[in-house]
Each structure stands twice: as structure tokens, then as C-alpha cells.
Design a protein. Sequence first.
Length: 259
Amino acid sequence: MPELPEVETLCRQLKPLILHEQILCVEIRDCKLGSVGELVGKEVASVARHGKTLEITLDNDAKLLLHLRMTGRLQWQTGQQVLPPHTRFVMSFSTGKLLLIDPRRFATLTLTNNGICEALINDPLRDYRISRFWRLSRKKKLSVKSFLLDQRVIAGIGNIYACEILYEASIDPVRSACSVSRKELERIAAAGKNILNRAIACRGTTVSDWRDLFGREGEYQHELNVYNREGLPCPRCQGRIQRMCLSGRGTYFCPSCQK
DNA sequence: TATAATGTTAGACT
DNA sequence: AAGTCTAACATTAT
């Protein structure tokens, strides 16, 4: 479910609620998550996002890394309501409770002492270097879409935004990464920044079950050009949007203006 | 009932 | 050996 803009939305909403707050109680309700060590009594020193990972640093420098994978959601709850179905983890503060809800149970939670510097370097909204992006693309024969989805290349892009970025850059998703020219790759990088920033401003894309920390839908679904729009007219050339399967994922594109 | 779903990765295959 | 592809994870909704 959540890609970079969705995780960034959660990060921004969560920060003012839990920064410098003490963890009062932790409940793991799904043993598949494993144990996360001793968190009770620690204070939250920072809340950050790296790619699609949410990082909560504690006052002893330990880091709680949360990855929502496909259907993970975070919900903020104040008061005594019953927990929603599929609530897998609860962390309580004096200000309220943070719930992890995850029907498919793919989400992961890890406590670590070393950061995740790889994603720090490769986050497209930080000091991402086009030179590195270009260099990596030169030796890749796989599709440019799979290239964009490789979190070691860029951290944070998922299936929806990969489709949208390639549409905005007018690049055919099946082309091999190494066939993309420097100019075209610059177009992809620019489209990536535009789209991700715009999607953050919209608090993410709700096509099925994405909700923000307070249960609200995002707004970027109203600005999608190709994703989930098979058979509808392309906003640019009036051709029909097609759907195909690429590396196992639904891929939407306009065959007449993505070359 | 069959298929697809916004992610990642171990293991298989080139 | 390194690059690439596939199946699997677990559950719900169409």
C-alpha cells in the first residue's frame, strides 16, 4: 500500500504527536512481528522516513524501523475505542495510541542500533545525485520500470508512482534501463520529484485502502493519469490507456505517447 | 471460484 | 559470477 508519499504523510503527522513523548506501553498482537525488545520507558528522540521505511529513534539511540509493505496502516487513536480488526501492534503514549493495522501481515517491525544509511543516500527527495542514477542505468538490461522499483537505485518509488513517473516522462515502461538516454533519464528524475512532492501535498493516493494517520483518504488519486485507468483516454493524446503485466505487477501506460 | 492488490526477497535460472 | 526472473509470503475484495 504505502509508497514514499504515504509514508512521508504518516511521518509528518506522527512527529508532533510523539516527539519527546515517553512510551508507556507496547502490545504485540501478532507473533509474526517477533519481539521488539524493551521499549517501555524510552522517549522518542526523532521520527524520520527513509524510502518507504519509518524510523523512530529512541533516547538510547536504538531505532524502531517500521515497514508497512502492502497493506500496513498506522492509525492514531485517542480515547478507549475498541481496536479495529487486524490491529497487530499498539504503542501507547500519554497523548494517545499508535496502532499498526495490517490485514495481509506483511508489515515488519525491527529494533536496531545501526541506521539504514543506504536509503538515506538514495532517497529521491534528498540530495539524490543524477550521476549515480545515470551510472547505474548504464549496465541494466532490465526494464526501466523494474529499475525504478529497485529500492537500492532509488528508495521510495512503488508501483503506482513508477507508472505515473514514466507516463509524465513519456517513456515506455518495457524499455531496458540502458536504452534510456541521458536526457530521458533527466526527464524521469524531474517527473519523479514533481510527482512525489505533489502526492505528498495531497497526503497520498487512495485507490483502495490507504488512509492517513487520522483515517482520512488521500487526494492524489484524482490526479492519476494512467494507474488504474485501463481503457480510459490518455489526458495528453486521447489514446487509450493500456494495462500489461511487467515483472509480475500491473503496469499502466499510454502506448501512443510513451516511447 | 479465480484473480489481483500501493512490497520485498530467497532461491532458481541465465 | 553477476544479473534477472519467479514464487512465496497472508488476506481481502471483486
